[in-house]
Design a protein around this ligand. Sequence first.
Ligand SMILES: Nc1ncnc2c1ncn2[C@@H]1O[C@H](COP(=O)(O)OP(=O)(O)OP(=O)(O)O)[C@@H](O)[C@H]1O
Ligand SMILES: [Mg+2]
Length: 238
Amino acid sequence: MAEPSAPPILEVDGLHSGYGDVPVLKGLDFAVDSEVFAILGANGAGKTTLLATLARLLPVTDGSIRLGGKDVTAHPASETARLGIGYVPQEAAIFPDLTVFENLSIGGMIGERPLEQGLEEVFETFPDLRDKVGLRAGDLSGGESRMVACGRALMQDPSVLLLDEPTAGLSPLYVELFFQKIAEIHSGRGVTIVLTEQNATLALGVADRVMVLSLGLGSEVMTAADVTTDRLKEAYKL
Ligand SMILES: Nc1ncnc2c1ncn2[C@@H]1O[C@H](COP(=O)(O)OP(=O)(O)OP(=O)(O)O)[C@@H](O)[C@H]1O
Ligand SMILES: [Mg+2]
């Protein structure tokens, strides 16, 4: 008998979500495997809403979210974090008044891994942070503070990392460095990456596959190598 194929790492079916009476996501279907998966979309398209919903910080009004085949739709955020979802929000991703060490330690409180081991992994990925552990996180540069936010999520030893516009506002050199790090986290540690990005060209440089959010719905999922301007325009409904 053939082995049943493994369920997708993350699977979203008919997902509806929003804020009180304001519906934002109106029936999303997609599945993510071990890859870098980018969600594109204009301002206000619902990218942040989608990631916050996947992290279980916003209520699902209809549909389901499965993680490795396990239905996590009704799980609180603390439980999905324990099950392997790391989330780096677009804003307020660090505790500015705490030190870098304290910020990272907070991520380390989730999961079983010894703190030292988690810290070592974070410093391997972001060596610049090693000398900054004692600094107040709010005093770091924009790029360094992104590293801390990402490092805090890595401390959880996640299987899936949700990154909301990880390079927004960074200088071009930092953008390149950061996308390189994201690719390394995926290829070196086997972490599945789901990121949002407004700039399609940038996303196509790092992602294996992309999906465009528009009008509360998702486009077909496209393999980055096969994306053409026409397909993108159609996906953005331009
Ligand atoms: N707290 C909130 N209450 C009500 N509506 C909200 C709230 N946050 C966001 N929205 C609305 O939800 C929609 C989607 O917003 P969201 O932040 O998810 O978009 P986005 O794609 O992340 O945009 P951006 O690229 O600007 O970050 C917008 O119309 C926005 O006004
Ligand atoms: Mg957003």
